[in-house]
Design a protein around this ligand. Structure first.
Ligand SMILES: C[S@@+](CC[C@H](N)C(=O)[O-])C[C@H]1O[C@@H](n2cnc3c(N)ncnc32)[C@H](O)[C@@H]1O
Length: 315
């Protein structure tokens, strides 16, 4: 990918962070949203915003530059739940000028792009609260929300109630399952690190492997045409397939410069010292950088449709 493509988005990738005054400094000196305490455990500061925008680019590689996987056609009303920096919402709105896109988040860290992308707006809200929109949606999009909600099914139910018949919901998320191509990752420092992270997040009520349950949950709630696609996210550029190699390059940089930093305060909450964490993180960095290890996790893409009205055209 041409590095200049990183700057194609209406939201610039670097040096354009937006600080939310309703934030507070917390564990590890990072800044966190203060709108709903103890709801979300990742920061909202400039480093996190760069991590999210970088992750957006990696996802774009894995999805062949498609912003949308669901077969939505000219959706009038689009909702991007937990929009983060708003980079997806802004890109989608720019690409679909006839759509009205709303991005929601606990943090107001989205840039004001009203003049250049007038069909995109942002709202602060906790998506687990009842939704009070004065219209229904044609497309509800959620990306990288695995760490977000107490109960993902609450969001799915809200989406079902707030979609027009025939409208689509789409999840693009990661399931944090430490895997090795052709074998098991068990016994590695990376595997042990991920396992501790999973159990700490589980103690906060967050199951970081639950994207594998999205398909079943959507079907139970009443969505039809539910489809799941699993795509490997290589932890380094070990694959020979050019697309996966590029995604692996992104993932390695993101893990080394972002994910390990974002996870640090979560480990510190368990009583681990900074020194212990740095030692652990350095071992993980060394291991994932070794291409012979062929580690990967999963991108989980799930789409589902609210049943269309009888006799209405599908699409
Ligand atoms: C990992 S980020 C993903 C951001 C964006 N979807 C993306 O793909 O770049 C998760 C976002 O969810 C937001 N969030 C967490 N819990 C939320 C909730 N209950 N309601 C609304 N937003 C929430 C966080 O503030 C954060 O910006």
């Amino acid at each position: 990918m041409d590095p200049a493509a990183l700057f194609d988005s209406p939201r610039e990738v670097s040096n354009s962070s937006v600080s939310d005054p309703a934030s507070q400094v917390g564990v590890g000196g990072r800044t966190y949203q203060a709108y709903r305490e103890d709801t979300y455990y990742l920061p909202n500061d400039a480093d996190e915003q760069d991590r999210l925008d970088f992750q957006h680019e990696m996802t774009s590689v894995l999805l062949d530059k498609r912003l949308s996987v669901a077969p939505v056609q000219s959706p009038r009303h689009v909702l991007d739940i937990a929009t983060g920096t708003g980079i997806w919402a802004l890109d989608y709105a720019a690409e679909n000028p006839d759509s009205e896109v709303i991005g929601t988040d606990l943090s107001l860290i989205q840039p004001d792009m009203e003049e250049t992308v007038p069909n995109c707006s942002f709202v602060r809200e906790d998506s687990e609260d009842p939704w009070t929109y004065d219209h229904k949606f044609d497309y509800v999009h959620l990306r990288y929300v695995v760490t977000c909600f107490k109960d993902h099914r609450t969001i799915m139910r809200h989406a079902f109630e707030n979609l027009n018949p025939g409208g689509w919901i789409e999840y693009v998320d990661q399931s944090v399952e430490p895997m090795r191509h052709g074998g098991t990752a068990e016994g590695s420092a990376w595997y042990n690190y991920v396992t501790s992270f999973l159990s700490t997040m589980a103690s906060f009520g967050r199951d970081l492997q639950c994207p594998r349950k999205y398909k079943q949950w959507l079907e139970e709630i009443g969505f039809v045409n539910v489809q799941e696609q699993l795509i490997p996210i290589p932890m380094s550029p070990w694959p020979s397939n050019p697309k996966l190699k590029l995604a692996g390059s992104y993932q390695l940089v993101k893990t080394r410069t972002g994910d390990l930093q974002v996870a640090k305060p979560i480990f510190l909450r368990t009583g681990m010292s900074e020194l212990e964490y740095e030692e652990l993180a350095n071992n993980v960095k060394l291991e994932i950088s070794d291409r012979n290890n062929q580690f990967y996790i999963l991108l989980v893409v799930v789409i589902g449709q609210k049943p269309p009205e009888e006799g209405a055209p599908q699409g």
